[in-house]
Design a protein around this ligand. Structure first.
Ligand code: GLY
Ligand code: MN
Ligand code: MN
Length: 432
């Protein structure tokens, strides 16, 4: 059996259980519509419903639908209009076509005639995808179940994710070269995209390309054309996509300043120690808390904060330098669904005082998570720390030296298996 067929069998089984639990006869999934800008005729980049691309490697197909009824071949309503303004989708091709009953439509409204009784259907999609009586109802319990199970990647999904990694690391290598050659953020981003095989519109998230102090803004959103006088540091958090599956990788590069190079090396070493703990049975929340202790140890060892790491965690000092979560599940979405809910959609709480953690589940075989510790010199958080009693433990001269470098983040994707973890990002870098 091929990986794709095996994947389809797995998700068909998940869908059958979800329908039995929710009491619906059919699962209907909209790919979504192309959205038009307000008072304009120009569309936003189309992003397919992730539950749609779970079934098929179709990411550029608005107005299409999947319908699944247990015991029957799944149905694909495939939108292929006559259009000479745009390139319409080509005729369905690929291995998946033999596993679907395919109906071609030329007008979006024709879909309703092919889809099962909406009154008996769980219909997954955004409200604006509705055609006739087929109006998305997104049953909460059914969605929670489907989302929860997306955390466990099939071998087919792992193959797509490894390919996304291969694209992303080519981009990262080109970006580092551009940084070393003195390029601007915009030029570094362009070098990344060209090497990864992407445009700005089809990367899975807006690349973060931050020179110097811009690295202190966690989701720095600009790409400046200015070439700074000095290229002190590059923090680049940039990904790629393959058949709808995302890569999300961060690397940080310095330019010789010893303390900052030591900081990068230390974060990298702690990051690898954390990646090695992506094992079945480990509570991701514990890994997140352990990260505070490890990064606290880095701050202490480099003489930046003179306090023991346990007290740094307890008093919220490590959170000043590491103010985000350790990572998140990843797959069809960069921040994949169900990072903090169980099969019924109930919340698995975050540790108190850690509002940005995106994953609270216990790791199990098949999950893929990011491991992305970081240390930053963020002016607004440091200004606040200065007014607290813990300020006296901080070597402010070193902090001032590091502020022009922004920060450090190192991020990989790690596959939890029955045995040793598989770091698909490092494997892809090693294969470059
Ligand atoms: N690129 C966003 C993140 O790392 O979560
Ligand atoms: Mn990232
Ligand atoms: Mn991430």
């Amino acid at each position: 059996m091929t990986l794709y067929k095996q994947h389809l069998d797995t998700i068909t089984g998940i869908a059958e259980t979800a329908l039995a639990r929710s009491g619906h006869d059919h699962l209907v999934i909209a790919s979504g519509i192309e959205k038009i800008r307000f008072l304009d005729d120009s569309p936003y980049p189309f992003k397919a419903n992730p539950q749609f691309k779970y079934w098929l490697p179709l990411c550029q197909h608005p107005n299409s639908w999947i319908a699944f009824t247990p015991g029957r071949k799944p149905l694909l309503v495939y939108f292929q209009p006559d259009d000479y303004w745009h390139v319409p989708p080509s005729a369905p091709q690929g291995e998946w076509t033999e596993h679907f009953d395919i109906r071609i439509i030329g007008d979006a409204s024709e879909a309703a005639a092919h889809l099962p009784d909406p009154a008996r259907s769980a219909i997954i999609g955004e409200a604006d995808a509705a055609v006739g009586a087929v109006v998305p109802n997104n049953p909460a319990g059914l969605l929670a179940y489907l989302h929860y199970h997306r955390a466990y990647k099939t071998p087919y999904e792992m193959a797509q994710m490894r390919k996304a990694q291969a694209k992303a690391v080519r981009g990262h290598a080109a970006a580092e070269q551009a940084f070393r050659a003195g390029a601007s953020e915009a030029q570094i981003n362009a070098a990344f995209l060209a090497a990864a095989g992407h445009t700005d519109n089809d990367v899975p998230y807006n690349n973060i390309v931050a020179l110097n102090e811009n690295g202190a803004t966690l989701h720095y959103q600009y790409k400046s054309f200015n070439k700074p006088a000095h290229h002190r540091s590059l923090l680049i958090d940039a990904g790629a996509e393959y058949n709808g599956y995302a890569a999300d990788i961060t690397r940080t590069h310095g330019n010789g300043f010893e303390l900052y190079e030591q900081l990068i090396a230390a974060v990298d070493s702690e990051q690898q120690a954390l990646c090695a703990q992506v094992r079945a049975g480990t509570d991701y929340r514990d890994l997140h808390l352990q990260t505070h202790l490890r990064l606290g140890g880095v701050l202490r060892d480099l003489g930046i904060v003179d306090m023991d790491p346990g007290s740094m965690l307890e008093k919220g000092v490590s959170s000043v330098f590491y103010p985000h979560g350790l990572g998140h599940p990843i797959g069809l979405q960069v921040h994949d669904v169900a990072g903090f809910s169980d099969e019924n959609g109930s919340l698995i709480p975050r540790p108190e005082g850690h509002p940005y953690l995106r994953m609270t589940r216990t790791l199990e075989s098949g999950m893929v998570v990011t491991i992305e510790p970081g240390l930053y010199f963020i002016p607004m958080l440091l200004a606040d720390l200065k007014n607290r009693p813990e300020a006296k433990a901080v070597n402010w001269a070193k902090v001032e030296q590091l502020m022009p470098y922004g920060g450090v983040r190192i991020e990989d994707e790690v596959h939890c298996t029955d045995g040793d973890p598989e770091n698909i990002s490092r494997d892809a870098f090693a294969a470059l």
